[in-house]
Ligand binder design. Sequence first.
Ligand SMILES: [Zn+2]
Length: 429
Amino acid sequence: MLIKFFDAENKSSFYQWLKKLEKHRFYKKELKSLSQKATPLGKLSSLSMLSRKEIDKILVNDKKISYVMRMRNQVSSEMVNIPLSKKDFEGLIIFEKDKFEKIGVNSQDIASVIFFPLQHVIPMSLALQRLGAIYIPFEGDEEKVFFDVINNKISFLVTTPSRVSKLIDFVKKTKLKSSLRLINTGGQKIKDYHFFKMKVKKYLGADLVDNIGSSELQNFAIHCREHEQYHFVSKDQIVEVIDPETKSISDKGELVITPLWRKDFPLVRYKTRDIVKLIKSKKCSCGFADPRVIKGIEGRLDQMIKLNGVLLPIYQIHQKLLKLWTEQIVILDNLIWKYRDSPKLCLVVQEKRRKDELFIFITKKRSAFFRRKNLLVKFCQKEFYLTPEVRVIEYNVFNKLFLESMLIDLRLKVNKMVNQKAIKKLINV
Ligand SMILES: [Zn+2]
């Protein structure tokens, strides 16, 4: 089974989408070669996944290009153009409109999108107008834009979490009163969602809804209004979580997305490179049909790290280290081991006297395991060419400081989302 969930609404748009794909120059042959007995979903799951490198093949189409999304290739840093036909663009506006409607935007709202990539601002502004809201664009420096947001009585705002933090500072400083009632953020990880949401309510008087997306796909997940979880958007897109090694469905793996609103220039089973982990969902009344929920993006599949001049793939190494550690715990503790809290692991890198230093922070405090850390050390010596320091810490400390990150690089410039001071304190114990 490709996905565990498939609702009726999704089904009809999927069938329409597949019909169109059967005529697509690139997919026609592949789909025709499949058995007559194959189910529509079976057909989709037999198509190969599309990677960023192969994105050019969606350009093979007779349709006229009407809009172009742009994205930077992380490896070559060249710009990649992803075209949309007029119909695809219309599909994108409707996709955005549905999202805004779902999070509670209405025709009474005065809306704006500030400090966001222009390629998203354009379809968003159109979607908001379709909902009957008034849309006002703003430009200029930060203070001027913030002043305009308040002065024009904006009630719904889309921006990044860090701009929201700055808007809060602005309001505190100027003592101006915002008319905001709802803020939709995206593009950055929020360190403490609950705390941030409270702050937004306190100083701006608005509710907060964060969503996760990417430059070529818009949003694929929206934060729950009630609990610490993100819902997948199932309407007009098919979401799969695929183990990068086995290529099969998994609870942890790469997010693979098929946006059904793209028909003329389809992205079929598009590999996002984002790693997610499904968590146990908490009952809520958000109205999202897909039961699968995530806590956020765990990391990037192609994220590399340079240690003392050597470039290394962080995801693979992290997974191997975690496996080494987990297996040791299970072997030693198989009788009392309950899979209640699975171990967590985070790599921390810092620079000292022009040399990179590696730290491994790991949960599960059991004295017997300390001896087993030699295994991790040996693995790191082989893979990283340096000797790490292994620190076993408590769950709550880990959750507070490491956000379930795979890697924290203290060599980078100040990252607001990471409490560098507290981590450095742990390192220097
Ligand atoms: Zn919910």
